[in-house]
Design a protein around this ligand. Structure first.
Ligand code: PLP
Length: 425
């Protein structure tokens, strides 16, 4: 391919050539990802057909939003795609953390214990749970918390889990993706095995999976493997880049009813919540989500392969199976994190001229750097990179609505590392 356009946009011949060399070895991986996308695309279309999605579903509603056909049908499409009894999918759920907070607070009462069998959950949940003191945390309402860390090799510590579950253990939260940690992401199969193990110990244990970044990376979801609730954000995978806001909780009718009462009010539940004209984006985004997720997954594998080649530790390795779209790259210094992120920023269609710098962010306890030139603010299904400024100085690279954009981002990041003399080619 003629790389003049890359030279024009700032990628040198050397970096471009390295990229092509690395890509040559990835054809089989990419073929596998396309097969997963094809399967999931059919799954979503089948759910839309079953629910007779039609133009009336796209109409805006306002006020209370009683009898909102678009909203109710969309929820049924999510439920059928993820094979759950019920779903709550709403623009009134403001983000992934909100969806998780609703799912937890709706299903835990004073005296109950929340339990994480896979170590410390995502940073923003620490305040939801009360691991870090916060007004209105679950701890303030008398919900206790315990956790079992993963073993040093990232595997699940079944022996410790057996003794950690007791009569008050009401809800287990399982985070699929690594979040801001360099542990392995859990496969849906691993999550299924864990759920089965815990339910043998305590059959009425509610198992919730934080499914953020995992949707559509495999042919099955945790809800196919016994999860009572799966929870995520619409500005990640399932929104397909088009959803401008929203979150989802899919699961058993019992759990979802409670979530709806918590989100709106007891007695109101899913009956209220106008769609405000967002239905076209939410439907079309879900339709695009399988292929958008595939584009992002290819970008993650390309990033892994490139940075492996340059001698950095990457999690997961380029040859490993993928269970989410996140690529961690341990860059070893703040300067390298800044250079990497400035490359991602420079590749963006929006805000490409700004320079990302480390900053204090609400919900996080160390400074965070974020690169994003997104159409939807903070959208991390769009090409983005971020990470907390703390050892091992890992950046978390994710997204890309198209594979081509993701590729450009990786090439640009390498270029910026080279320009800053942090690597040599
Ligand atoms: C992104 C994410 C969240 C929180 O989502 P926000 O939409 O940023 O609030 C929770 N858990 C995991 C694993 C995530 O990746």
């Amino acid at each position: 391919m003629n790389n003049n356009v890359y030279a024009e946009i700032g990628v040198s011949d050397k970096v471009y050539a390295l990229g092509e060399k690395v890509l040559n070895a990835l054809h089989d991986r990419f073929e596998q990802i396309d097969q997963t996308a094809e399967y999931n695309q059919a799954k979503v279309i089948a759910a839309m057909q079953k629910n007779r999605v039609n133009a009336t579903c796209f109409a805006a509603t306002s006020g209370y939003g009683y009898n909102d056909v678009g909203r109710d049908t969309l929820e049924q499409v999510y439920a059928d795609t993820f094979h759950t009894e019920a779903a709550l999918v709403r623009p009134q759920i403001t983000c992934g953390t909100h969806a998780l907070a609703v799912a937890l607070s709706a299903n835990l009462l004073p005296g109950d214990e929340l339990y994480s069998p896979v170590g410390r959950p995502y940073d923003t949940l620490e305040e939801v749970i009360g691991i870090r003191e916060s007004a209105c945390s679950l701890a303030e309402y008398g919900v206790t918390y315990s956790e079992t860390p993963l073993l040093p090799d990232g595997s699940i510590d079944y022996d410790s889990i057996r003794t950690a579950i007791h009569p008050n253990t009401k809800l287990a939260t399982i985070q699929r993706s690594k979040g801001y940690a360099t542990r392995p992401t859990l496969s849906v199969q691993q999550i299924g095995d864990l759920i089965r193990f815990m339910k043998e110990i305590k059959p009425d244990l509610i198992c919730m999976v934080d499914n953020c970044y995992g949707e559509f990376t495999e042919k099955i979801e945790p809800s196919d493997m016994g999860a009572d609730m799966i929870v995520g954000s619409l500005i990640k995978n399932p929104g397909g880049g088009l959803a401008p806001i929203g979150g989802y909780i899919c699961g058993t009718k019992h759990c979802i009813d409670r979530c709806a009462y918590r989100l709106s009010a007891p007695g109101l539940g899913q009956e209220v919540g106008a769609n405000l004209g967002l239905m076209p984006q939410l439907y079309q985004g879900f339709f695009l989500a399988p292929t958008v997720t595939a584009a992002a997954t290819k970008g993650a594998i390309f990033a892994a392969a490139m940075y492996e080649q340059l001698g950095f530790r990457v999690v997961p390795a380029s040859s490993e199976d993928r269970h989410d779209i996140i690529q961690a790259i341990e860059l070893g210094s703040e300067e390298a994190m800044v250079a990497f992120c400035s490359g991602i920023q420079a590749a963006a269609p929006v805000d490409s001229y700004v320079t990302p710098i480390p900053w204090d962010m609400p919900g996080y306890d160390s400074k965070v750097i974020m690169a994003a030139g997104a159409f939807v603010q903070g959208s991390s299904i769009e090409l983005s990179a971020d990470g907390p400024i703390r050892p091992p100085y890992a950046v978390y690279f994710q997204g890309g609505l198209t594979w081509c954009h993701s590729k450009l981002g990786v090439l640009m990041s390498v270029q910026k590392m080279l320009d800053a003399s942090l690597i040599s080619l």
